[in-house]
Design a protein around this ligand. Structure first.
Ligand SMILES: Cc1ncc(C[n+]2csc(CCOP(=O)(O)OP(=O)(O)O)c2C)c(N)n1
Ligand SMILES: CC(=O)[C@@H](O)[C@H](O)COP(=O)(O)O
Ligand SMILES: [Mg+2]
Length: 642
């Protein structure tokens, strides 16, 4: 008899309810199909691969056991949620991940009721799950109902203070709440810190636990089959650390560690938790980042993030680069400064590669500190390093520095401590979308008394700004630069110390001046070429500093032109607002200056290519050109003036 064609189980799944029909053996089969589908999808979209592969079985088990979307599964960070998206009515769009108008690479409330809480920054899931649990118990109403609240948080994300603030609160409130600690012994880089060591100890010591009285507490939580079969129960329990864990001291029942790739462990344990849990429970699962896809398992970052790739070879399709990335320029420039000054130290919050500090760490391991996902601590730690006579470079993405803002104000700025903030991923970042946009740092740094704020217009300028920051001991200083490659300018042999608060002229023109802060300068120059063809030659200047402003330069530009336009890759309240304040204070508007400030619009811009996002933001060359024509009252060819 010919074999009946095999219909993949995944093809029979549109929503999690479909999983309820499957036997445990079929769920194992489904997991393997889900893994293959995840790899296939990411091979065409690029994105976060390793974390999702590590939670394939957990995703299947959670959706098979719990009743989402009534039960709220909250994925911390959300970068591991692609398998979850495939099972929750989004498989048909999974190959649009991270693209314009496509699925988000993270969980997003507006995208699906199966994403009860949006994320992308880490360590929020336990607070969110606790909020749902309390809302449930107080009679809160949502369209899908309110059932169990389940936070799935990685070992890296667990290191953040916020996770422990939530654990502390949850242990006190004693609500039924499930926290799943997904321990793969990886952050983006290998995790650092004492908590990571503690977690490793929990499971390296666990096999030595005997099935004794200590196991009693957990037995009531164990699945029936285990209680029935003494042998299996013993096997299960001897791998569990019961009693005395940090989590239990915080008021949680601790179960684990269990093998997060073994559905014969995950399913019964989750079923029992669902049937019997009363208060807060922490289930510790051990997984492997990149599991089941050899190129990811082999990669240094376990396939954390990838470009599009060939599934068979694992080879990534990366566009050749024409210029070094800003990140690597920063990393090298800092190493260069550090060679001349042994007081220079560097701090990263779990992003050594992303910030370029990996170069620094290789060269000066004892002067580089990866504090884990702990931006608040990283900033205050830097402040005290400065107070102790060191020269700290606190290198963080603009979006993540938001976490440490009170520390920037309270610990750094008020005390006028010379922390050097290297703010990477400034401006719109592309596929990671609105959660990762570095839109606010100009505003939130430049409004602080005593803070110097610079933006690099190109990669050579960045080298000068690193040198300037290294030399600046008189209070805090920040410099920002975008994700991606520089513009390909000639690089200086070494950085020059810039005069604080002085900009530079790029081109002398007439009628209109464009004052750029940051890397829009290249677009301004393109716009100027197009304007030249129309007989308009704008003056162009690079402000370099949003704080202190170059008053002389700005007042001169205002005096010499009928119109002044500022442009920056930041939200309202930043550079342009400071310039407007100066012009207003100086009475310049009273004399009829036409002023425009080009800033990011007052919306959160969804993922796309950075270029497209800047088109949405109306900040590319054609829009700059249009702004010049508008302010000068010149209609574009083919357009009638209103
Ligand atoms: C506040 C914050 N800082 C930094 C990051 C960048 N980041 C994204 S995922 C990640 C690692 C998370 O590790 P873990 O929670 O263990 O998840 P895994 O990737 O290992 O599954 C980091 C540092 C972030 N998203 N949010
Ligand atoms: C998930 C997360 O927060 C980071 O991994 C983020 O995707 C950063 O990406 P880049 O480092 O490529 O900018
Ligand atoms: Mg991890």
């Amino acid at each position: 008899m010919p074999d009946r064609p095999h219909t993949p189980l995944l093809d029979q799944v549109t929503r999690p309810a479909d999983l309820k029909r499957f036997s445990d053996a079929q769920l194992t089969q489904l997991a393997s199909e889900l893994r293959a589908e995840t790899v296939s999808a990411v091979s065409v979209t690029g994105g976060h691969l390793g974390a999702g592969l590590g939670v394939v079985e957990l995703t299947v088990a959670l959706h098979a056991v719990f009743d989402t979307p009534r039960d709220k599964v909250i994925w911390d960070v959300g970068h591991q949620c692609y398998p979850h998206k495939i099972l929750t009515e989004r498989r048909d769009r999974i190959r649009t991940l991270r693209a314009k108008d496509g699925l988000s690479g993270f969980t997003k409330r507006s995208e699906s009721p199966y994403d009860p809480f949006g994320a992308a920054h880490s360590s929020t899931s336990i607070s969110a799950a606790l909020g749902f649990a309390v809302a449930r118990d107080l009679g809160g109403v949502t369209p899908e109902g309110l059932g169990d609240a389940i936070a799935v948080i990685g070992d890296g994300s667990m290191s953040a203070g916020m996770a422990f603030e939530a654990m502390n609160n949850a242990g006190h409130l004693k609500k039924r709440l499930i926290v799943i600690l997904n321990d793969n012994e990886m952050s983006i880089a290998p995790p650092t810190g004492a908590l990571s060591t503690y977690l490793s100890r929990l499971y390296t010591e666990a096999p030595f636990h005997e099935l004794k009285a200590a196991a009693k507490g957990a037995v009531s939580l164990l699945p029936e089959p285990f209680r029935e079969g003494a042998k299996r129960a013993k096997e299960m329990l001897k791998g569990m650390a019961v009693g005395g864990t940090l989590f239990e001291e915080l008021g949680f029942s601790y179960i684990g560690p269990i093998d997060g790739h073994d559905l014969s462990q995950l399913l019964p344990v989750l079923r029992t938790i669902k049937a019997r849990a009363t208060g807060p429970i922490l289930l510790h699962v051990l997984t492997k980042k990149g599991k089941g896809y050899a190129p990811a398992e082999r990669a240094r970052d376990r396939g954390h993030a990838t470009a599009k790739f060939d599934v068979v070879t694992g080879k990534q399709h990366k566009a050749p680069s024409n210029a070094p990335s800003y990140t690597s320029v920063f990393g090298k420039a800092l190493v260069d400064q550090a060679a001349r000054d042994d007081k220079i130290v560097a701090v990263t919050a779990a992003m050594p590669d992303g910030t370029g500090l990996n170069l620094f760490a290789e060269r000066y391991p004892s002067r580089c500190f990866d504090v884990g996902i702990a931006e608040q601590h990283g900033v205050t730690f830097s402040a005290a390093l400065a107070a102790g006579g060191m020269k700290p470079f606190c290198a963080m993405y603009s979006t993540f520095l938001q976490r440490g803002y009170d520390q920037v104000v309270h610990d750094v700025a008020i005390q006028r401590l010379p922390v050097r903030f290297a703010i990477d991923r400034a401006g719109l970042v592309g596929a990671d979308g609105a959660t990762h946009a570095g839109s606010f740092d100009i505003a939130y740094m430049a409004n602080l008394p005593g803070m110097v704020v610079m933006a690099a217009a190109d990669e050579a300028e960045l080298v000068h700004m690193v040198a300037t920051a290294a030399a600046h001991d008189d209070g805090p200083i920040a410099f920002r630069y975008p994700r991606g490659e520089g513009v390909g300018v000639e690089m200086p042999e070494q950085g020059e110390v810039l005069e604080i608060g002085k900009g530079r002229m790029i081109q002398q023109g007439a009628r209109v001046a464009i004052l750029s802060f940051g890397t829009r300068l290249a677009e301004v120059q393109k716009a100027a070429e197009a304007l030249a063809a129309k007989g308009i030659t704008p003056t162009i200047a690079d402000a370099r500093f949003a704080k202190p402003l170059d008053r002389d330069l700005i007042l001169q530009l205002a005096h010499d032109h009928e119109a002044l336009i500022t442009i920056e890759e930041g939200a309202v309240g930043g550079f342009g607002s400071h310039v407007a304040q100066l012009l207003s204070d100086e009475g310049v508007f009273d004399h009829g200056l036409k002023f425009r400030s080009m800033v990011l619009p007052d919306t959160f811009i969804d993922q796309s290519s950075p270029e497209d996002m800047y088109t949405t933001a109306a900040m590319n060359a054609p829009q700059i050109e249009a702004k010049v024509l508008e302010v000068l009252g010149v209609a574009k060819i083919g357009e009638k003036r209103a």
